[in-house]
Design a protein around this ligand. Structure first.
Ligand code: BG6
Length: 487
């Protein structure tokens, strides 16, 4: 269904995010007919460019970041025509630039401002927009991480934006929420009758959340100030936890859903002081050099002045959601760079059967597991016990009931930003983080960070291309459990 015509202003139009994510995402939606030439994309930044330069940059972004099979010259020609550019200095309310001439004063044209810039510019830009009379009560503003490095700084950023924009105008992106498979968690849980009755501590033994990446981190400038806890757990993985653990909302209304997510974040048992050493493990990868491979360690990738950094490139931790549904069910998190493979998945492990009649049989029954694979090879797998075919007696085998999305659907899976950018136009905040959620997440993460900062020992080393430091294996094995690994 096509969206209303819009004027999308992108601050930071010459930056990396615009090129890699925003332009390709908008192109795909345009190509699929979700909007047309009645909409405008207006680049704004300090560079002294003209419309033609921005259109050229858009073409280049498509050539570089859209898969060849979707590059259609006729569509690209039409698409870039909706691009214009205004040089703007919005770093203070009196700044220069005439954005007004590019915007239409028509209430039927949605007005959205995407701030693809550093967070310290959010407040000045918001004030600039107000001062230049470009703010409208129905305008939308899109911001994304890093939304602070702790609770205090995140509140400061939110306060800055809130000086001008009301909460119902603010769209905080966590791109994980835009992923098809992440949204599928909602469908899986709330569009099927099968799971909800067993989705609780009476039937679930524990939950594992893994986001493993094979790429390194050291060459990404921001990473050393951030580390895996802030970069992945505070946002993406806590959002995943929310979707797994929340109560069914009463409707698909954005606030109904976000209220339930917030309750999960507020029910997280604090991990502070002495509990930090027991329930968390942080690691940093070391390089490998052999005849066949050579991978740099985190320290080797850092510039001279940052050598010796204690930033964690891996985190494992055990969290608990203290409420009626989840009492006693641990949630084990694990994320890292330079791990053995790239995989994001959630494993729900059910309790063992209460009584086995198969004790004499080969292969004792193993607890059922529901594996939700977010990427790559998206799908859902239910691990079940069956009788091994054949006449060799009652042998049991664990096999997957396997739903592979690639095999089931032939359509291309849209990228997270495609959904999110147009949800802004639709005025649908469901897949965006509300301020209180963000702050509840920081509140839980901060004490962990603080205890690490006080600790005398550095992160545990792990070899690039493995599943992390041995401490992370000990973390789960201490509870008589093991990490699920099928790769
Ligand atoms: C980003 C992190 O938010 O998410 C990166 O800053 C990380 O460090 C990325 O690589 C992972 O996203 P995806 O979509 O590749 O899983």
């Amino acid at each position: 269904i096509p969206v209303q015509p819009f004027d999308y202003v992108v601050f930071g139009a010459t930056g990396d995010l615009t090129k890699r994510k925003l332009i390709p995402a908008l192109y795909h939606r345009f190509k699929d007919g979700q909007f047309d030439e009645q909409s405008r994309i207006i680049g704004a930044s300090r560079s002294k460019l003209g419309d033609a330069d921005f259109q050229k940059a858009a073409r280049e972004a498509i050539a570089q970041f859209v898969e060849k099979e979707y590059q259609d010259e006729a569509v690209i020609d039409r698409f870039v025509k909706i691009f214009s550019y205004v040089p703007v200095d919005a770093s203070n309310p009196e700044g220069s630039g005439d954005l007004g001439k590019a915007l239409r004063d028509d209430p039927k044209v949605v007005r959205a401002f995407y701030l693809a810039v550093a967070p310290d510019l959010f407040e000045p830009i918001a004030e600039y927009l107000a001062k230049k009379k470009l703010y409208r009560r129905d305008a939308r503003v899109v911001i994304e991480k890093p939304l602070g490095h702790d609770l205090a700084s995140s509140m400061e950023i939110n306060d800055g934006v809130a000086k001008i924009f009301k909460e119902d105008q603010v769209y905080r992106i966590d791109h994980y929420l835009g992923k098809e498979t992440v949204q599928n968690l909602l469908a899986l849980r709330f569009a099927n009758a099968l799971f909800e009755p067993v989705w609780n501590s009476a039937h679930i033994d524990h939950v594992q959340l893994t986001v493993a990446e094979s790429v390194g981190a050291g060459t990404r400038g921001y990473y050393d100030e951030s580390g895996a806890l802030r970069d992945m757990i505070q946002n993406h993985m806590l959002q995943l936890l929310c979707l797994v653990a929340m109560e069914p909302p009463a409707s698909d209304d954005a606030n109904a859903l976000r209220d339930e997510k917030l309750k999960v974040l507020r029910a997280l048992k604090p991990i502070a002081n002495g509990d930090v050493a027991r329930n968390t493990v942080r690691g940093q990868y070391r390089g490998v050099k052999s005849e066949t491979t050579s991978v740099a360690g985190y320290q080797d990738e850092l510039p001279e002045e940052k050598k010796g950094s204690r930033t964690e490139t891996f985190v494992a931790l055990k969290a608990e959601v203290e409420n009626w549904r989840w009492a006693g069910v641990p949630f084990y998190f694990r994320t890292g760079k330079r791990m053995a493979s790239r995989v994001s998945e959630i494993c729900i492990q059910f309790k063992p059967i209460p009584h086995s009649i198969f004790d004499h049989a080969e292969g004792a029954p193993r607890p059922n597991k529901l594996i939700i694979r977010l990427q790559p090879d998206e799908g859902v797998k239910l691990m079940m016990m069956i009788k091994d075919p054949g006449s060799g007696g009652m042998r049991l085998r664990e096999v997957p009931l396997n739903l592979s999305f690639a095999q089931t659907f032939s359509e291309r899976t849209p990228e997270a930003y495609e959904r999110l950018l147009l949800d802004v136009v639709r005025g649908n905040q469901t897949l965006f983080m509300r301020r209180d959620e963000l702050e509840a997440a920081w509140k839980w993460v901060d004490p962990i960070r603080e205890a690490w900062d006080r600790a005398s020992e550095p992160p545990q080393p792990y070899t690039a291309g493995t599943w992390g430091p041995t401490g992370s294996i000990a973390l789960i094995e201490r509870d008589g459990r093991t990490w699920y690994e099928d790769h």
